[in-house]
Design a protein around this ligand. Structure first.
Ligand code: NAD
Length: 423
């Protein structure tokens, strides 16, 4: 018999797996708090820009609802809600707790509940399990709990929900087997059972902390090389010729998104409660958080070279999304850069071809025409393809290449002040 899957939270993570589950023959229902998203999804439209969804949403339509009672039908419920941090970087588990409460109110006995949201090691054991037990459900009999951290990488042309390898952990063999069976249907990638649910939680935190640390390292190197007059981009390309023991990471005006700048805090805070200080992770977060400020310092220095103050100068911010070719602004360094540029008294123009509602000009031509200085905050393809002569034609005097994605030499030759991140 066909199994029913309920996906709680239809965002960047939940919607693709809901669509994929329809494709693989499950009955699928989505439970989502946002009525706007539910209405769009029920019309076959995606609230987010994502190639996998563009290609598959019409073919494999998902039914969505704002009514939590849809959970009652589910044999498998996936929790795909946000796991943010608060203003003091403390993990905020309230969406996970809210989703779990909704499941408990509507649980089909014997069903499988999988937490996909990124959490620190211990959340399933210390938060989820006690909630079910307090409601009178026995974990391993009345309900099976598993964790399968989502690894989706929005905008990635190669890896998506249908092929990315997964790891799964559970409290018991039955829960593990059921979760592994489901994910082996969903992905063509390896599905690796972990020895415990805590290990599965730790896998994801390790992956994203690893990335944050390496980005912090190249960001620090970029700042040092800037002073030493060395082009970090060229150096990384040189180091990357080593066939082992080196992985290229690239510096930028900041690290954004809902994962990398957030997830390490989940480990930092949980370890702190256990008496361990994650010095390395804290330092990485500090360095990466400082990059937007550094980009604005570069802007001030560059304007100084052409004898212009930030105050009163027309500055164009190119890109608001946290990374190339997507429409997600969560934790985007562009947001911090815009705040600082505005505070500095500049006349600010903003253009992101993927996010018209965050732009105050409509076209690339318009932002070039209206600006004296530019900050490339996102390396969207539309920006990388600009002919440098166009900058000159529109009288651009200064370019801060926050993504090191432009032709430095061609721009400099045109007499424009160019500053990249470490080049
Ligand atoms: N975005 C990514 O690239 C990515 C990649 C891997 C893992 N993750 C992790 O996956 C989780 C979800 O991230 P996302 O990017 O999909 O978030 P998102 O904000 O795009 O989507 C989450 C959705 O959940 C809904 N929601 C919140 N609380 C709810 C509740 N109690 N009941 C029902 N719906 C609720 C929200 O309205 C939202 O639409 C996070 O833990 C994140 O760290 C994200």
């Amino acid at each position: 018999m066909k199994k029913t899957v309920c996906v709680i939270g239809l965002g960047y993570v939940g919607l693709p797996i809901a669509v994929r589950s329809v494709e693989k023959g499950y009955d699928v229902i989505g439970y989502e708090l946002s009525k706007e998203k539910v209405d769009m999804i029920n019309k076959g439209k995606s609230p987010i820009e994502e190639k996998y969804l563009d290609d598959n949403m019409q073919k494999f339509p998902v039914k969505a609802s704002t009514d939590e009672k849809v959970i009652k039908k589910a044999d498998i419920t996936l929790i795909c809600v946000p796991t943010p941090v608060d203003e003091f970087y403390n993990p905020d588990l309230s969406p996970v707790i809210g989703a779990t409460e909704a499941i408990i109110r509507n649980l089909k006995k014997g069903s499988l509940v999988v937490l996909e949201s990124t959490v620190n090691p211990g959340v399933s054991e210390e938060v989820l399990k006690p909630m079910f037990e307090a409601a009178g459900y026995k974990v391993g009999t009345d309900v099976f709990i598993a964790h399968c951290p989502e690894r989706i990488n929005p905008g990635d042309p190669k890896w998506n929900v249908s092929n990315i390898p997964r790891v799964v952990g559970s409290f018991d063999k039955k829960g593990l087997d059921a979760a592994v069976e489901y994910y082996r249907n969903i992905t063509t990638g390896e599905v690796r059972p972990m020895k415990s649910i805590r290990e599965a939680e730790a896998v994801k935190i390790l992956e994203n902390s690893f990335r944050d640390i390496n980005l912090a390292f190249v960001n620090e190197v970029a700042r040092s090389f800037n002073i030493l007059g060395i082009d970090v981009k060229d150096v990384i390309a040189g180091s990357a010729t080593k066939p082992f023991g080196f992985m290229p990471f690239y510096p930028s005006c900041g690290v954004g998104g809902h994962c990398i700048p957030v997830d390490p805090y989940y480990l930092i805070e949980r370890a702190k409660k256990a008496g361990f200080d994650h010095k390395f992770l804290r330092l990485s977060r500090e360095i990466n958080n400082s990059m937007p400020v550094y980009a604005v310092e570069l802007l001030k220095d560059a304007l100084n070279e052409v004898k212009l103050p930030l105050n009163g100068t027309a500055v164009g911010i190119m890109g608001v999304a946290y990374k190339a070719n997507i429409d997600d602004v969560r934790e985007s360094p562009a947001v911090k850069i815009m705040e600082l540029v505005k505070k500095g008294g500049a006349k600010m123009n903003v253009f992101d071809p993927h996010i018209p509602k965050s732009s105050n000009v409509k076209t690339l031509e318009e932002i070039l025409k209206k600006s004296t200085a530019l900050v490339i905050a996102t390396d969207h393809n539309e920006f990388k393809l600009i002919d440098p002569k166009l900058f000159k034609k529109h009288g651009i005097k200064v370019i801060i290449d926050g993504r090191n994605c432009l032709d430095k030499n061609a721009i400099k030759k045109l007499g424009i002040v160019y500053k990249g991140i470490g080049r």
